[in-house]
Design a binder for this molecule. Structure first.
Ligand code: FAD
Length: 282
């Protein structure tokens, strides 16, 4: 449906009012950096938008003993500025690559999640850190591991009337080295052709635990578990990583689109694995 007039936006005062508006068919609007693109293209047919950006219950970053709880409407810039996220360097590395400073000041982690793009940079660290997505709706509150919340491109486990309330990110075990890199076709406002995030635990030069997550190379962010396991016991050296490059390239399921061919994405994913040696000097 193509819109011919301006879209109606309601501004609820609190979470209860927002939930009633969403249950009545309104589409949640956080920073609008994804949604307004769809509205302008005429590909979003919601009868009205519900501005949840100012709702106190959806704001803020709260430190707990076990990790942080990030309000769904916290912007990328607010998350980056919060001292608690210094203990989550992989989250910071990824969020710093989103769009531009203006975009990070408007876009939210909740919006990045619900957008469910395989290229969503905020998703890669959430998979690595095994975050949970806390949802609230007419049936009460539910919580999903992020990998069960994201069902496919643009598809999530959200049911009608529900909102993402917050994201719980546990502290990773001590000693993790963090890596995030995305490859794209230009330097500014870059949408990933492929991205790799990693957490590695080392004993000297030997990898004792590894978590990898890839963006833009499958319908959802991918944790290549077989490659993670194969890394354990290997030295963090180019020769050892090169031996797993093929395994990683075949674990991914990329598509060809305007930005890159499937073959190129496979190759980039494999090459990014070799770049993990940059963690040796950290
Ligand atoms: C020029 C440009 C560059 C970009 N670059 C990047 C990039 O480098 N990396 C990247 O990952 N993304 C990028 N994006 C995409 C976008 O900025 C991010 O996905 C951002 O995090 C979306 O957040 P938002 O608050 O603006 O979401 P919105 O546009 O407000 O919402 C997005 C979707 O999520 C839903 N939603 C939002 N919050 C909630 C909630 N709490 N509960 C339920 N549903 C909710 C909305 O209804 C909508 O369907 C870019 C976008 C543009 C326009």
């Amino acid at each position: 449906m193509r819109r011919t007039g301006p879209v109606e936006i309601v501004r609820p005062r609190d979470l209860g009012e927002a939930l009633r508006e969403v249950a009545a068919g309104g589409r949640p609007l956080a920073g609008g950096t994804d949604l307004f693109v769809r509205v302008r293209k005429g590909t979003d047919a919601s009868p009205f938008l519900v501005d949840i950006g100012g709702i106190a219950d959806l704001q803020g970053v709260r430190e707990t003993e076990t990790g942080v709880e990030i309000g769904a409407a916290a912007t990328h810039a607010q998350i980056l500025a919060h001292p608690a996220t210094e203990r989550l360097p992989v989250l910071r590395l990824a969020l710093q690559t989103i769009g531009s400073p203006a975009l990070r000041a408007m876009g939210t982690l909740g919006g990045n999640l619900v957008n469910a793009s395989p290229a969503g940079d905020g998703l890669v660290p959430l998979y690595l850190l095994e975050a949970r997505v806390n949802v609230i709706g007419p049936g009460g509150e539910t919580s999903y591991p992020v990998a069960e919340f994201i069902l496919g491109p643009g598809k999530t486990a959200l049911r009608p009337g529900e909102l993402v309330r917050s994201i719980t990110v546990p502290w990773p075990p001590d000693g993790a080295r963090a890596y995030f890199r995305k490859v794209g076709r230009r330097r500014a406002l870059l949408i990933a052709v492929a991205s790799l995030g990693a957490l590695l635990w080392l004993d000297g030069e030997t990898i004792c635990e590894a978590r990898l997550a890839l963006g833009s190379v499958a319908p959802t962010v991918l944790r290549p578990r077989a490659v993670e396991q194969a890394l354990v016991g290997q030295p963090l050296a180019v020769e050892a990583l090169a031996g797993l490059r093929e395994a990683l390239s075949s674990a991914v399921q990329p598509i060809s689109d305007l930005r890159a061919s499937a073959g190129y994405r496979r190759q980039v994913a494999g090459n990014l694995l070799l770049d993990l040696v940059s963690l040796r000097s950290v």
